[in-house]
Design a protein around this ligand. Structure first.
Ligand code: AMP
Length: 282
């Protein structure tokens, strides 16, 4: 695996890769890697000739400085995992490489409300920073395919929109959520759960599975939302939101419609850790 810290070195390498007709698949991450991240690399390896992973804890998407400071950093272990996963290139830049002095922080993509609800309502400015870094990384890496996880569904939707409006020549691929055996969605933040919180956390996925079962029984959106909220309202959990939204607009729906996919998205605070999860309902 090649490891580059400098944009110029990475680009020189990728230039030669591309000139030999090879396709580049890219998975941006913030490190503290787990099997969810590695599934993106596996998909990139399957669909493309070269997989590129970036590890960059992007300061501009953290509205809470203590969250940025507490974000787990495990670079040596990450490198080991990427080697085992058959990753071809790791981009490990410093902040100054990603945001050089002439970086245009004012450039904004109109997100048409996609960033307003759910995570956007709880983390002001988060998606603006996330779009900024993904756009910049795409400009640096110039992949044919971008692999992002369904785990962060709003993030995926916003990136899909950004790629469309900026007419970037890259295809975005949504990778399924990888879970622990008890159903908890894998996340870099899970290491911060204490034993009690970790034992409780799988109830989030159970509530999503319950919602899927109620759809099959023909229950209404309101009934399903109420049932999920009451399943999640328990000691040890603080529900930030549970929304059933349209797959494309991310607007909460009031009824299921033929030909449109609905996604249940939730964030629950458990033992001081925000846990995100979602599931397609239709
Ligand atoms: P992060 O390092 O948390 O910014 O995540 C980097 C990428 O990995 C994003 O596209 C995430 O959606 C994806 N990802 C994180 N957790 C999982 C998971 N459990 N399953 C699949 N993809 C994931």
């Amino acid at each position: 695996m090649f490891i580059f810290k400098k944009v110029s070195d990475l680009q020189r390498h990728l230039q030669s890769v591309r000139s030999s007709g090879k396709r580049v698949g890219f998975a941006p991450t913030m490190g503290a890697l787990h099997d969810g991240h590695l599934s993106l690399i596996a998909q990139a390896n399957q669909a493309c000739d070269i997989s590129v992973c970036s590890i960059f804890v992007n300061p501009t998407q953290f509205n809470d400085k203590s969250d940025l400071d507490k974000y787990p950093r495990t670079t040596e272990k990450d490198i080991d995992l990427l080697l085992k996963a058959g990753c071809h290139v790791l981009f490990l830049p410093d902040v100054e490489e990603v945001y050089p002095p002439d970086f245009d922080y004012d450039f904004e993509v109109s997100l048409e409300g996609l960033d307003q609800g759910m995570e956007g309502a709880f983390r002001p400015g988060h998606f603006k920073g996330m779009v900024q870094v993904v756009r910049r990384l795409l400009q640096i890496v110039e992949p044919q395919q971008l692999f992002m996880g369904q785990k962060d569904f709003q993030q995926y939707s916003i990136c899909k929109h950004m790629i469309k409006v900026c007419q970037l020549p890259v295809q975005i691929v949504c990778s399924p959520i990888i879970r622990e055996v008890d159903g908890l969605a894998m996340s870099s933040r899970n290491v911060r759960l204490d034993a009690d919180a970790r034992a409780l956390a799988p109830e989030i996925y159970k509530a999503l599975q319950g919602a899927q079962a109620l759809v099959k029984e023909g229950k209404s959106v309101a009934e399903i939302k109420n049932a999920a909220l009451s399943a999640l309202t328990r000691p040890g959990f603080d529900v930030d939101y549970f929304e059933i939204v349209d797959e494309d607009t991310l607007v909460p729906i009031s009824k299921f419609e033929e030909g449109k996919r609905a996604v249940a998205c939730t964030t629950v605070r458990c033992g001081g850790v925000r846990l995100l999860d979602n599931a397609f309902l239709t």
